[in-house]
Design a protein around this ligand. Structure first.
Ligand code: KG4
Ligand code: ZN
Length: 347
């Protein structure tokens, strides 16, 4: 089966053509047009500018990916959550292609796409499609959304916890902006953190004592703002790297505590880490170490580096599982849903 994946929920126009045959994954073609250079100028994603850039990129990128390739069996497109101006471009392109090529459409939730990203082989290589042992506990941490979800089987999700305010990636980005890093600041904080002392500043770990798997990052953002208001790196012995390491430690700790709390309660067979923040090396290694120590029989899955951030390959792979169940939609029924929560029409 060949699936065309289309992703345009935020600032990447990404298209992938994925073939799944005899449990083998073969990426026929993939291409992503990033808008980072445009949004850098404004310090964040401006929805109207993102929409316009997607509109400029989407047809050339689709054309490049489909050039000299077989006609796909289905088109999987991100319908939400995300920026409506951005989602609309991918959704309308998918509808037009579906009409033109007369192939079925699949409506994909962006966060479900992220959940499947750890099953993708390293970029540029083929690989075997492994089964997920259920139940699987998924920590999805991206720029717009952060959640802990229990996956009972393909397509069946239960909400275990979510952020009550800012997403983890958004927190990284906003605090990075406070210290003068360009958008997107998450990777820059994580790079600076490598040489800093994570114990230099004792930032709060909000809600860790509360018996819930929800998290909250607004308090940490305020604490960072106050620390920067009351201190300068020139006048203290604390360096920018120490500050970044301490922020990273606070975010990672709070994600680890809640994930392990959920894991102890639900005893999953698999723990999946996904979303843009899963590129963070501290989060990747610390979660892996903690799982190995506390739940040694649980399998830990995380995306290959190139697939942590938004990409169409993960949308195509999620689409494959829907296509297997003939879970198709029609151009008339397909619409962009910027607030679509993964568990809305599941559990
Ligand atoms: O999933 P994603 O590509 O886009 C959304 O769906 O939002 O996630 C992007 C987020 C950004 O907030 C970015 O700063 C964050 O992922 N991010 C990181 C790292 N790499 C990307 N955050 C912390 N450490 C990183 N290494
Ligand atoms: Zn994402």
């Amino acid at each position: 089966m060949i699936i065309l994946g289309i992703e345009s929920s935020c600032d990447d126009t990404s298209i992938a053509l994925l073939e799944v045959k005899d449990s083998q994954l073969h990426m026929l073609a993939e291409k992503t047009a990033s808008q980072i250079d445009i949004h850098k100028i404004h310090g964040g994603v401006i929805p109207e500018i993102a929409g316009r850039a997607h509109a400029e990129h989407i047809l050339p990128v689709i054309e490049e990916v489909l050039k000299d390739q077989p006609t796909p069996d289905a088109i999987a497109v991100t319908a939400g959550p995300g920026l409506v101006t951005a989602l609309l471009v991918g959704v309308e392109a998918a509808k037009s292609l579906s009409y033109l090529l007369n192939i079925p459409l699949i409506r994909i939730n962006h966060m479900e796409g992220h959940i499947y990203s750890p099953l993708l082989p390293e970029q540029g290589t083929d690989g075997e499609l492994k089964d997920i042992a259920f139940p699987a506990l998924c920590l999805t941490v991206s720029g717009g959304h952060s959640a802990i979800t229990l996956m009972h089987k393909h397509g069946e999700y239960e909400r275990i916890g979510a952020t009550r305010d800012d997403a983890a990636g958004e927190t990284f980005d906003k605090i990075a902006k406070m210290v003068g890093f360009e958008y997107p600041g998450g990777p820059k904080i994580s790079k600076a953190a490598k040489t800093g002392n994570p114990k230099a500043i004792d930032f709060p770990r909000p809600m860790i004592l509360k018996d819930t798997c929800d998290f909250s990052f607004a308090g940490l953002k305020t604490a960072a703002l106050y620390w920067l208001r009351d201190n300068t790196f020139e006048e203290t012995t604390i360096t920018r790297e120490d500050f970044c390491a301490s922020i990273e430690a606070a975010i990672v700790d709070s994600l680890l505590i809640k994930t392990m709390r959920a894991a102890k309660k639900h005893q999953p067979k698999t723990i999946i880490l996904a979303g843009g923040v899963s590129a963070n090396p501290t989060l990747r290694t610390q979660l892996e170490e903690r799982i190995a120590k506390i739940l040694p029989h649980t399998t830990f899955l995380k995306p290959q580096k190139g697939y942590s951030m938004d990409n169409a390959a993960m949308i195509a792979l999620a689409g494959y599982y829907h296509a297997k169940e003939k879970d198709f939609t029609t151009p008339k029924e397909l619409f962009a849903d910027p607030q679509w929560y993964l568990t809305d029409n599941s559990n």
